[in-house]
Design a protein around this ligand. Structure first.
Ligand code: TP9
Ligand code: MG
Length: 573
């Protein structure tokens, strides 16, 4: 039990109690931008919780998302009323669609002056945020703030994990009415891992899954992030190794098996056949007769249509939530329970089962290896696969075994990252699958570097996405976070140009083309050292320099994509 601490002369307020309660729940950081509510709250009054000033509230939301994702504990973000709150909303959308336990906080007009759409800067925050959050509430009585934080944390930590929102009228935030500095706060019961649904009779469903596994010739485990959140990664790995079952992951669950593991058949994206100019999805899923989707979550963008190739398949869906999408995925067996409990049950039910014969994906691996080794010195800019291969090389050199994070912003290059980027630990590759807001890169890299201070963090971002949110270069410089950023620059919203080509067999320049940004000068103007690299040798040297620097570093790489009007291959989306 702890008490609300205050300065010697001031009385405790709801603001004190809020910060103290967040701290009780293990929140370490509040990322955000403060407005006039600064008159009612001082963020350094509670020990053990730091405020991190960002340049944009979206950055605050995503940084909190990633720090929460990696630490497994809730983290917080902050905005002022009105436009601050709406700016924060895309960060909140990221944590609902990408499943992260974020406590989002925004100031509101004085409680006697809440006339949404009439009072200066006053919007109906709870109505705006409610549909994209697990819990959304406005503080009405100052002394209830502790209870509201408890409810927010419980909702955020319940599967599917996601954001909770508390709107804070500034007068109530600064009020001490009913707040007793001497009163002991109840114990904060922060869930150690997310709370999930457990369906009555799940063990029988798990036994049915075990029977399917026994008779399957070529089973495949398809793993999503709920498996990571449930602490099932070592158990999944042990089961896969014992039964020789390959593991395929969503974007988000890369790293469940380390990069070079024989059973790691990789992460999949609907763009992979087109990128590789190879029937990759057919190779990965065609021979499989049983797909065990473990911690499956449709929001991670691995769609059932991707595995519906070749042989007829049975499917098992294991998830801590009831199936929200029977229209697109109606499994043969549905097991609603904790993922770790399921894997342990399956393990026990198959102890005498012989190892399976894996289906062969050597032609795909050979294609990937050949593609990544591409020695061509392109005159019109590097190719993204060469960039990611260089990042992998240096990451392997500089990271301790099982460490390091590669972060990807959103753009066409992201799908190359999903396919090729190293991930040697869970959440060793970070991108936004569910929300996919461009500009995700800098804040996600911030969250990763803060969560893993001793480990290298590499960020790949496109010119379009990066410059939509590049003001927070100053934030990483101010915090001195040793993030190595690679901006792949084609002066184009390249992914959108691809869609124009697909839809119209031509590109319409004004909708996708920029006139160019000097990213080296931009970085330097924000206090980040930077250089340009035009080929593999220059990029490798720059990455090595950046990784050794101990400060943020940016590398601009002119790139180009090879798709021709109407020419890009199949999209499975
Ligand atoms: N607005 C937001 C907030 N998010 C997204 N995802 C879009 C619009 C639509 N996407 S992915 C993309 C857009 C406009 C363009 C990315 O361009 P880039 O230069 O960052 O990457 P690249 O390599 O595809 O050119
Ligand atoms: Mg671009």
């Amino acid at each position: 039990m702890s008490r609300v601490s205050t300065g010697p002369s001031s009385k405790p307020t709801a603001a004190h109690a809020l910060l103290a309660r967040l701290r009780d729940h293990g929140v370490e950081k509040v990322f955000g931008v403060v407005g006039r509510e600064a008159a009612s709250i001082l963020f350094d009054e509670v020990e053990g919780i730091d405020f991190v000033l960002t340049r944009h509230e979206f950055t605050a939301g995503v940084a909190a998302d990633v720090l929460a994702r990696i630490t497994g504990r809730p983290q917080a973000c902050w905005a002022t009323l009105g436009p601050g709150m709406t700016n924060l909303s895309t960060g909140i959308a990221t944590s609902v669609l990408d499943r992260s336990p974020v406590i989002a906080l925004a100031a509101q007009s004085e409680s006697h002056d809440i006339f949404p759409n009439d009072t200066h800067q006053c919007l109906d925050s709870v109505s705006i945020i409610a549909p994209m959050s697990k819990y959304a509430v406005e503080l009405e009585r100052p002394h209830e703030i502790t209870d509201l934080v408890d409810s927010a944390v419980t909702a955020a930590m319940t599967e599917p994990v996601g954001p909770s929102f508390i709107s804070l009228p500034v007068d109530l935030l600064g009020s001490s009415e009913g707040i007793d500095a001497e009163a002991e706060r109840p114990l904060a019961r922060t869930p150690g891992k997310p709370i999930g649904a457990v369906q009555d009779g799940w063990e029988q469903a798990a036994d049915e899954a075990a029977e399917l596994l026994k008779t399957a010739r070529h089973p495949v485990l398809v793993v999503g992030a709920a498996a990571i959140r449930s602490g099932a990664v070592p158990a999944v790995r042990a089961l896969a190794e014992r039964l020789n079952v390959p593991v395929i992951t969503t974007y988000i669950a890369k790293g469940v098996l380390p990069h070079g593991h024989e059973l790691n058949y990789g992460a999949v994206t609907g763009y992979m056949d087109g990128i590789l100019d190879f029937p990759a999805l057919e190779t990965l899923f065609g021979p499989a007769d049983l797909i065990l989707t473990v911690g499956y979550d449709y929001a991670e963008d691995l769609r059932p249509s991707m595995w519906q190739k070749g042989a007829e398949k049975k499917t098992v869906r294991v998830s801590p939530t009831a199936n929200p999408i029977p229209r697109v995925y109606r499994p043969t067996v549905d097991v609603v329970t904790d993922v770790l409990a399921f894997v342990e049950h399956l393990d026990a039910a198959t102890v005498s089962l012989e190892a399976k014969e894996r289906h062969d994906i050597e032609p795909l691996r050979a294609r990937v290896a050949e593609f990544l080794a591409d020695p061509t010195a392109y005159e019109d800019g590097m190719r993204v696969h060469q960039v990611i291969d260089s990042m992998n090389t240096v990451m392997e050199e500089v990271a301790e075994s099982g460490e390091g994070t590669i972060v990807s912003d959103i753009g066409f290059f992201r799908h190359y990252g999903v396919l090729f980027a190293r991930a040697d630990q869970p959440f060793g590759f970070l991108t936004s699958a569910g929300c996919s807001s461009f500009g995700y890169g800098i804040p996600a890299a911030m969250g990763a570097q803060l969560a893993r201070p001793g480990q290298p963090t590499f960020l790949i971002a496109g010119d379009g996405g990066f410059h939509s949110n590049s003001a927070d270069l100053e934030t990483i410089a101010r915090l001195n976070l040793p993030i190595v950023t690679v901006v792949v620059n084609n002066d184009t919203n390249g992914l959108i140009e691809l869609y124009q080509n697909l839809g119209h067999r031509r590109s319409h320049d004004p909708a996708v083309k920029f006139t160019g940004v000097d990213f080296v000068a931009l970085a330097e103007a924000n206090g980040v050292e930077a250089t340009k690299a035009a080929d593999r040798q220059e990029l490798l040297a720059a990455l090595r320099k950046g990784a050794e620097l101990g400060r943020p570093f940016l590398i601009e790489v002119p790139i180009n994509y090879d798709f021709q009007p109407g020419g890009f291959g199949a999209l499975s989306i």
